[in-house]
Write a protein that binds this ligand. Structure first.
Ligand code: MRU
Length: 353
């Protein structure tokens, strides 16, 4: 496997998944080692690892861990691991996609010895990981063509190497544009309440030598109204057939403001983030997280005790506000009737039974 820039997820052949603990960045660089599917699921729930493709990759390794010594390698063991992992976080479809792919591979070699099955599953998880990096590189090449030289690109949350197998989706487009010789500035929105933009994107881009400016989420409209943003590029957690896109909460607001000011709004995601079984975004499950993420900033209270809180972690941007969706296949633009991602990508809906 080629070496990604930041290893958010790493397989230890002794039988462990090693995760860069993203809760501690940018202040501390520590790793969490998971040896069972339950430990991987808990790490996903607790946001040790986050970002749609990265949690899919971690879950794929988690499935392989179900077969490490101590397990009886029965199909119930894998079915249970699949259930626990898929339930860890609801919105990113990459999680279910990766677990389903692992279950299918296991099903295809039913009857194999536990050792052979384990080997097959480890190989498949490594393939899922490497394919994600390759997909991101391809997304980058397609997307880079959309970014003009001297552009100022606004992004939200973290859709970088930290959120994927490596290289990133939205940040992959930005990386590839720079690799093609363009000079760029990046504006990173802080991304309340979990601060993925401030803590992770600002750190990842600084480490990589980018010209990055951090703003509050609320400042994005002001900059767009002044013509200071060339385009917006974000990642995605789930994209319905008509292009409606779930991504980190706040993305929808940026899309509305971008449309108001004629700023192109791009979504960059691998096809593993497509959910063409959903006709539109109304069926996307939106995770609601703990209230203390809103009432505290890095452990310090900022609101009166007892106040009622809503904390949806994602929102849905209608396909009608998205200028183009960039996948590893190419740049997909809406037709007269909007997006039809099955027609555009050839990816068929997966039956849910
Ligand atoms: O809650 P998070 O940090 O997992 O949310 C991440 C995002 O919303 C990303 O933009 C998305 O998963 C794409 S990552 C390539």
């Amino acid at each position: 496997m080629s070496e990604p820039m930041f290893q958010a997820v790493r397989w230890d052949p002794a039988g462990a998944v090693v995760l860069l603990d993203q809760r501690l960045l940018p202040f501390d660089r520590r790793f969490v080692t998971c040896r069972t599917p339950d430990e991987v699921a808990e790490a996903i729930r607790q946001m040790v690892v986050r970002g749609a493709p990265a949690i899919g990759i971690a879950a794929a390794y988690g499935m392989a861990l179900a077969l490490f010594p101590g397990s009886d390698a029965s199909s119930e063991v894998l079915d249970r691991a699949a259930r626990v992992l898929v339930q860890a976080r609801p919105t990113a479809v990459n999680l279910a996609w990766a677990v389903r792919r692992m279950s299918q591979v296991a099903g295809a070699v039913r009857g194999a010895t536990p050792e052979a099955l384990r080997e097959v599953l480890v190989r498949e998880a490594l393939a899922i990981h490497q394919e994600d990096i390759d997909r991101n590189r391809a997304i980058g090449i397609h997307g880079a063509a959309l970014i003009p030289d001297e552009a100022t690109v606004l992004t939200h949350c973290n859709a970088g190497a930290l959120a994927t197998g490596g290289y990133g989706t939205a940040l992959g487009v930005i990386r590839a544009a720079r690799e093609s010789g363009k000079h760029l500035r990046v504006v990173a929105c802080e991304t309340r309440p979990y601060l993925q933009g401030a803590r992770l994107t600002a750190w990842e881009l600084l480490e990589d030598g980018f010209d990055v400016t951090l703003i509050t989420d609320n400042a994005a409209g002001y900059l767009m109204s002044r013509g200071e943003i060339t385009c917006v590029v974000v990642g995605a957690d789930r994209i319905a057939r008509n292009g409606d896109t779930a991504n980190k909460v706040g993305t929808y607001v940026h899309a509305v403001v971008a449309a108001r000011h004629g700023v192109p709004f791009y979504v960059a995601a691998p096809t593993s983030t497509l959910d063409p079984a959903l006709p539109d975004g109304s069926g996307i499950p939106i995770e609601e997280r703990r209230s203390d993420e809103v009432t505290q900033v890095l452990g310090t209270p900022i609101a009166p005790a007892g106040v009622r809180v809503r904390n949806p972690a994602f929102d849905v941007t209608p396909g009608s506000l998205i200028t183009a969706i960039i996948t590893e296949i190419g740049v997909h633009r809406p037709g007269a009737g909007g997006y039809d991602l099955v027609a555009l990508t050839g990816i068929e809906p997966v039956s849910q039974d």
